[in-house]
Ligand binder design. Sequence first.
Ligand code: TYD
Ligand code: MG
Length: 457
Amino acid sequence: MAKPKLQYQCSECGALAPKWAGQCADCGAWNSMSEALPAASGDSGKSRFANYAGQVGTQIQALDEVRPGRETRVSVGLGELDRVLGGGLVAGSVVLIGGDPGIGKSTLLLQALASFSGDVRALYVTGEESPEQVSLRARRLDVGAGDMRLLAETSVERIIEHARLESPKVMVIDSIQTLYTEALQSAPGSVGQVRESAAQLVRFAKQSGTALFLVGHVTKEGTLAGPRVLEHMVDTVLYFEGDSGGRYRVIRAIKNRFGAVNELGVFAMTDKGLKEVRNPSSIFLSRHEQPVAGSVILVTMEGTRPMLVEVQALVDDSQLANPRRVTLGLEQNRLAMLLAVQHRHGGVLMGDQDVYVNVVGGVRVTETAADLSVLLAVLSSFRDRSLPNDLVVFGEVGLAGEIRPVPNGQQRLHEAAKLGFRHALVPAANAPRTPVKGLHIYPVSRYPEVMDWFAGL
Ligand code: TYD
Ligand code: MG
């Protein structure tokens, strides 16, 4: 059989070209052309129409008539990972796990696979490490290898062949960037290779009902290497994050066809691998002995669990024409917007100041409930006046200077009270109707009220 003729496709606009070029002739994007397989020939418009008229394999049904089989889930042996997956691993689903090098992706999956045994067959395909390395790690982790099977291979075609014979229930590919398909000539790790390899594996998973974990590397920009398409092809996208120097690791669902997103799983990296942290609400909290300026405790709610984190700000005279606005663990644009609110509705101008905001412990906060804590931390640093260290804060700040309520206010307050906090500055609409024991609530509905409250400290 003749090899199908290769084409080149622009990853920006999707234009096809017979030859590679540095710039896409259609949209003008640079360096976006990568190899692509031409669509299967032979299904011209005419034959497709003929199919529609009569002998189509598929049929249209009423949604009501569809009787889904029961979704079978297996536990992966790590409660925190089960939780992010939406209550266990679904048969035939494809999960992409991204994260910085050295964050612990291989360790996590090795631990998860080792927990399967008996009728759940597990296959670990390693393209990065040798079987000896994997075995050494398993020994060091002290996980009984269960009935786990190991394959060192980087050719997708051969991996799938092996998998068909072995028919595992769960398979791990570590990592997708090391694989190559014989259909393309480009090097492993290139956009075309990653896309095509993943497509073949996803097809295999769906046909065979094998649950598949794909490990993916993260680029310097923080997105999964390889095309964004990868995220569209899979059922679930998980990100593994945290300081690789620090102790704690957080795993977060970005997309999940079988569960809620933004659910967090928290692990601690120990010398015996990753250990679950079942009650993570206070692990990121570092209490200062004395109150310090620029530090505020935020109750954030990631997924279904409240967590207390410290937001720190430093406001300092700038030497630059364009003062710096730097955030770590928060969105940068949001800070610029909040500073504008601060100016307009609080009358505090920081045009000649550098502003740095950091969430302590390498945590990333994605929800807008952090707004109020950011503004207070900035204000506290700017005025060099500390806030009480038994105070918690949450609330969204709108452009009109309104303090908007956030979901699960009650739960956040109860968690703060449980951890011994005594004061809470919260959106008025989140103020509880019945008092929370031991907690004094300050409800605010507009930003000027926050300024008044701060002035009265
Ligand atoms: P690894 O799983 O290899 O990361 P990834 O696959 O995401 O690149 O994790 C490697 C890091 O984890 C390494 O820096 C050492 C650390 N580690 C421990 O601290 N304890 C352990 O038991 C193991 C296996 C790794
Ligand atoms: Mg690895």
